[in-house]
Design a protein around this ligand. Structure first.
Ligand code: SAH
Ligand code: SF4
Length: 393
């Protein structure tokens, strides 16, 4: 087994994601949402208001700039487009956003949104400001719920409802930018408050690859949001066959949710390990394109008291990642209502970090952010789901 994607496996993953497909981006009045279309698809959509393909292409370039660079949502304010055309665009199209249902700000500045999409489904997005600099990461969800049932993760207790569409994935970032008044997009690499994207919210991004890939291509496009691939990190629990594609096609930074260094324990904590065990996962990391000392693979390791936090675990981790340009993020377990694990002691975390660091790998301990509003890693779960459970209890 090499772990590369076979045709049969690709077909199986595709059939599965089709089952959880997002609804079409059309309003009840028939107007179509232009957000989330590739440049080519945008030009194709605009054909209905244009004389020919040439014009559609030109309009697509203009509209793209207004949507993704200026953040404009009103066709009437697109000053480079003549009034009659503005009106025709407004007759046929909208520039949508997910609806903000709840917005909460933590005492540490972390902000969490519960967004509602057109079919009433909801997902959470979190903004984590950097403590030292005027920048920060928007943590984006890729699915409503998750099919993988990692034992320590709150999202994993919420059955997958569906994949998010590209419009809904990009839309989370755009709505967050709206909230911080961060339009127009900065030129080049100039940082803003919302300077990075981490695909670490609800869901497994590599089980919704096509929508995630399209969304990331849109935000990376140089004439729009123009976020560099170096500012995007995708976190996976280890969908080995899709890691190759992600590296080759998107080239974003990779984070791998490791959490255990022996198959027996990882099988229990991250059930996907039964399908793609550690040896396969490490091979996929070794061949991830673009990984270098300047662009290391992040291994995420949630610290669970008495479960995976011994010194022997730390030594085994070092052995496992040898030869991979790596950094290890130690995440103290964030409890959630009904969780059974405990957070490792400060001493155990320090000792673990020291062993990893002495072997030459950065091993920062991730301070929990936004715990008071259940916005920290692994605490996301839509409020409607929480309310439903509470009512049933
Ligand atoms: N599904 C993807 C991305 C979302 S989870 C993945 O699993 O990688 C983002 C990170 O939070 C993962 O490393 C996940 O394992 C971790 N996490 C989940 N539950 C947690 C919890 N209760 N406390 C701390 N980290 C947690
Ligand atoms: Fe899904 Fe990631 Fe949570 Fe596992 S840790 S259940 S893969 S969201």
């Amino acid at each position: 087994m090499t772990g590369t994607l076979t045709a049969a496996e690709a077909a199986r993953i595709e059939a599965k994601s089709a089952l959880f497909a997002p609804p079409p981006a059309v309003l009840p009045d028939g107007r179509r949402d232009l957000v989330g279309l590739s440049r080519e698809a945008l030009a194709e959509a605009l054909l209905v208001v244009c004389a020919d393909e040439r014009e559609a292409k030109l309009r697509a370039k203009q509209v793209w700039h207004w949507i993704y660079h200026q953040g404009e949502r009103d066709f009437a304010r697109m000053s480079t487009i003549a009034k009659p055309m503005q009106a025709r665009l407004a007759d046929h199209f909208v520039i949508g956003r997910p609806e903000t249902r709840i917005e909460q700000t933590s005492e540490d500045g972390t902000r969490k949104w519960l967004f509602r999409f057109r079919d009433g489904q909801e997902a959470e997005t979190v903004y984590i400001p950097d403590r030292e600099e005027d920048r920060g990461s928007v943590c984006i969800s890729s699915q409503v719920g998750c099919t993988l049932t990692c034992r320590f993760c709150h999202t994993g207790t919420q059955k997958l409802v569906r994949n998010l569409g590209a419009a809904e994935i990009v839309g989370q970032f755009m709505a967050a930018r709206d909230a911080y008044g961060e339009w127009p997009s900065p030129k080049g690499e100039a940082p803003r408050l919302l300077s990075n994207i981490v695909l670490m919210g609800m869901g497994e991004p590599l089980y919704n690859y096509d929508n995630v890939a399209l969304a990331m291509k849109i935000v990376m496009d140089g004439e729009g949001v123009a976020l560099s691939r170096r500012r995007i990190t995708l976190s996976t629990s280890g969908v080995v066959p899709m890691m190759d594609r992600c590296g080759a096609e998107l080239g974003v930074n990779l984070a791998v949710s490791l959490h255990a260094v022996r198959d027996e324990l990882r099988d229990a904590l991250v059930p996907l390990n039964r399908k793609y065990p550690l040896a396969m996962l490490m091979e996929a990391c070794r061949r991830y394109p673009g990984a270098s000392n300047a662009r290391r693979i992040t291994f995420e390791y949630v610290m669970l008291k008495g479960v995976n936090d011994s010194e022997a675990d730390a030594r085994e981790l070092v052995r496992l990642v040898r030869g991979i340009p790596a950094k290890v993020n130690l995440i103290p377990f964030n409890p959630w209502p009904g969780s059974t694990f405990e957070t490792s002691s400060g001493n155990a975390i320090r000792r673990f970090a020291e062993i990893v660091m002495d072997a030459g790998y950065a091993s920062p301990v991730r301070a929990p952010r936004g715990r008071d509003i259940l916005a920290a890693c692994g605490q996301l779960k839509t409020a409607s789901e929480r309310a439903r459970k509470a009512a049933a209890a």
